[in-house]
Ligand binder design. Structure first.
Ligand SMILES: [Zn+2]
Length: 253
C-alpha cells in the first residue's frame, strides 16, 4: 500500500516532467520552422541578415538593391527560402543581366506559377532572379546572390557567377509584346541600380550553346529588344538626372 502510493506519486511526477519536455519540444520545432527567407519585401538587410555566411560574404562585394517596380509594374518579392538547393546564398559581384525565356507555352505558366515552382519544388537546383510576364514581375533571389541559370557552371566572369537571370514568360495566354516591354523596363532599372552599361546585357545563348531566349532569337528580334532596353535606360537615366537637379535646386531638402 505504501509502495503503491509512492509509485503513484512517481508516475505523477514523471507525467509532469514529460508534459514540460513535450511543450519545450513543440516550441523548439515551431521556432526552427519559421521561414527565414520570407522576410518582408523592402528589407534587404533582413534578407541578407538571416544567414551569417551571407553577411560575411558581403565584404568587398556588391550590395543588394531591392527594386519595387519597373515601368509601372509592381515587383513581388518572393525569395526562395534559405536551405533550398535552388538558393546557394553565395554573394558575388553583379556584372551582367541575362535574358531567358521560359519556353513553357502552357496557358497557366505565368510569372506567379514560376514563383510557386521555385519556392515549393526543391527537387532541382535551377533558379534565376526574376520572372516577367505581361502584368507581373516576381523576384526570386536577391540580385547579389548566385542563381544557377546560365549553364556555365562556375566559369570566371560567367553567367552563373556574375549574372542576374531574367526569365520572360511565353505562355499562350501571355501578351508577349507587353512582357518584352516589362522586361526592358526591369533591365533598365537594374542597369541603373548596379551601374551596368548596354554591353552588360546578355542573352542566355551568350553563355552556352542553347537557343535561349528562343522566340526572340527565332523571330530575329534580339536587336529590336536591345533597342527597347536602351530606350528605357536612357529615359530612366534622364529621370534620375532631373530628380537630382531638383534636389540640388531645392537646397537638398
Ligand atoms: Zn535560358
Amino acid at each position: 500500500m505504501k509502495l503503491n502510493r509512492l509509485q503513484r506519486r512517481l508516475v505523477t511526477i514523471l507525467a509532469g516532467l514529460l508534459t514540460v519536455i513535450l511543450v519545450l519540444v513543440v516550441i523548439l520545432i515551431f521556432t526552427e520552422r519559421k521561414p527565414s527567407g520570407s522576410s518582408s519585401p523592402g528589407s534587404p538587410a533582413a534578407v541578407q541578415g538571416s544567414d551569417p555566411e551571407a553577411v560575411a560574404g558581403t565584404r568587398g562585394c556588391v550590395t543588394n538593391t531591392e527594386i519595387f517596380s519597373a515601368g509601372g509594374v509592381e515587383i513581388t518579392h518572393r525569395h526562395i527560402s534559405w536551405g533550398s538547393p535552388r538558393r546557394p546564398g553565395e554573394i558575388r559581384e553583379i556584372k551582367y543581366i541575362t535574358i531567358h525565356e521560359t519556353d513553357n507555352r502552357r496557358s497557366g505558366a505565368d510569372a506567379g506559377a514560376h514563383g510557386t515552382l521555385l519556392a515549393e519544388n526543391e527537387a532541382e537546383i535551377t533558379s534565376w532572379h526574376y520572372t516577367v510576364d505581361d502584368s507581373s514581375i516576381i523576384h526570386h533571389v536577391p540580385d547579389n546572390e548566385i542563381a544557377w541559370n546560365a549553364g556555365d557552371n562556375r566559369t570566371k566572369n560567367g553567367g552563373n557567377i556574375n549574372g542576374i537571370g531574367i526569365e520572360m514568360c511565353v505562355n499562350l495566354t501571355n501578351d508577349y509584346e507587353k512582357t518584352l516591354r516589362n522586361t526592358a523596363e526591369l533591365a533598365a532599372e537594374l542597369m541603373i541600380a548596379y551601374d551596368l552599361d548596354m554591353d552588360r546585357i546578355r542573352f542566355h545563348e551568350d553563355f552556352m550553346n542553347k537557343e535561349c531566349p528562343h522566340r526572340l532569337i527565332s523571330e530575329g528580334r534580339t536587336d529590336e529588344f536591345l533597342e527597347m532596353i536602351r530606350d528605357a535606360y536612357v529615359r530612366k537615366k534622364e529621370e534620375v538626372k532631373h530628380s537630382e537637379e531638383e534636389t540640388t535646386e531645392s537646397g537638398g531638402e
